[in-house]
Write a protein that binds this ligand. Structure first.
Ligand SMILES: C[S@@+](CC[C@H](N)C(=O)[O-])C[C@H]1O[C@@H](n2cnc3c(N)ncnc32)[C@H](O)[C@@H]1O
Length: 356
């Protein structure tokens, strides 16, 4: 099966100016503000199309993006890909919260850090679930680069639907009008390649408690970083938080024929995957966490991960639009994976959470 060469089949991440590199932060792996914002905005526009077409429900996403932004309609494969990713990540997030609730009872409290969050609406989706919020104290931190944070902050402050779900005193962070802090939600800017800055923002500014079970999420983000920077970040998290888990969504099998054509097609769009060498096999994805001090990591490609979703919902989604070449979709799903990793889970039951 020949991989698709049309960009419409390929994920719309545009990590412009990234290099296959093992060095730490440098001018060569620093994408311009504009290309970074494009990456996030394109991903949000794709998700918004999918939501409007009925793939899943997200009443908050349209508030995040300026109404004048436009992009080309994508092939149904893309929307099914976003659906699978959003639903699989959401299932693991809810599983994490439920597991901590079961082990800690009425005192249950969790922290969730969305790394390279873009315009993701996780906080609002969780907050609007009253049953969940009555049972567990949830704090969410969205972290991204400053240009993205500034726009997200503006959207939150100007849309009542978003603003109304912030609780307690809402105050500016150290970058006024961009960063914000509230009781259950913080929005901060930091470069994930700089662990000193990450530490300052998460521990000092957001006051995350290293003793509270903490879930980190990175969706299509670690590819922006060199192998070395990712290792430093994963090590810092494992050393800082007593009990933590990580959900990573990223490319895999980038070294086979399909993966290489994907890589070249992305490169032709100006998208070089900085850490593609670490994304060759599912085992390499798992080892990346274990080598950084995590207790256990499990990785599954998106064909496998889809088996964890309610099959009735998959059938519903399949009726939204015909997939022209199911084999191509299957190949595409074989080249994306989710990694679930945890550390220090002894008394929490996190070790019982299965990827599938
Ligand atoms: C493809 S978008 C994904 C956004 C979001 N995670 C999602 O799934 O919709 C990648 C995001 O990672 C952010 N990002 C890339 N490199 C980063 C870095 N070094 N530090 C912080 N954020 C970064 C970008 O600004 C962008 O918002």
């Amino acid at each position: 099966m020949e991989p698709p060469t049309s960009p419409s089949y390929l994920p719309s991440y545009h990590p412009t100016e990234l290099r296959r590199s093992t060095s730490n932060t440098s001018a060569s792996d620093t994408a311009s503000d504009e290309s970074i914002m494009n990456t996030n905005e394109e991903a949000t526009l794709c998700k918004l199309d999918a939501v409007r077409l009925g793939y899943w429900d997200d009443p908050f996403l349209s508030q995040m993006i300026h109404g004048t932004l436009r992009h080309e309609r994508k092939a149904p494969d893309m929307y099914k890909g976003y659906y699978a990713r959003v639903k699989c990540v959401e299932r693991l997030v809810l599983n994490f919260i439920q597991t901590i609730k079961t082990s800690k009872g009425v005192e249950a409290s969790v922290q969730i850090v969305n790394l390279g969050a873009g315009y993701d609406t996780l906080y609002w989706r969780l907050k609007s679930n009253a049953a969940l919020n009555n049972a567990v104290k949830i704090k969410v931190v969205d972290l991204d680069l400053l240009p993205v944070i500034s726009k997200k902050s503006h959207a939150i402050r100007t849309h009542k639907k978003l603003c109304d779900l912030l609780t307690g005193e809402v105050r500016d962070g150290e970058i006024p009008h961009a960063e914000l802090h509230s009781e259950g939600y913080d929005l901060v800017s930091a470069d994930m390649r700089d662990t000193d800055e990450i530490s300052r923002k998460l521990v000092s500014a957001c006051k995350l408690d290293p003793n509270i079970p903490t879930l980190f999420i990175a969706e299509c983000v670690l590819i922006y970083m060199s192998t070395d920077s990712t290792k430093k970040l994963l090590t810092w998290i494992a050393q800082t938080f007593r009990t933590c888990a990580f959900i990573n969504y990223e490319q895999v099998r980038m070294n086979d024929h399909f993966g290489e054509i994907m890589f070249e097609a992305l490169k032709a769009q100006g998208c070089l995957l900085a850490d593609a060498d670490a994304c060759e096999t599912l085992e390499m994805h798992e080892n990346r966490f274990v080598r950084a001090g995590w207790t256990r990591a499990q990785a599954g490609d998106m064909n496998t991960m889809c088996q964890s979703l309610p099959q009735t919902d998959i059938q519903r989604v399949d009726r939204i639009a015909m997939i022209d070449e199911p084999e191509v979709l299957q190949q595409l799903f074989a080249h994306y994976c989710i990694v679930w990793a945890y550390k220090g889970a002894d008394s929490t039951g996190l070790g019982n959470i299965q990827l599938l």
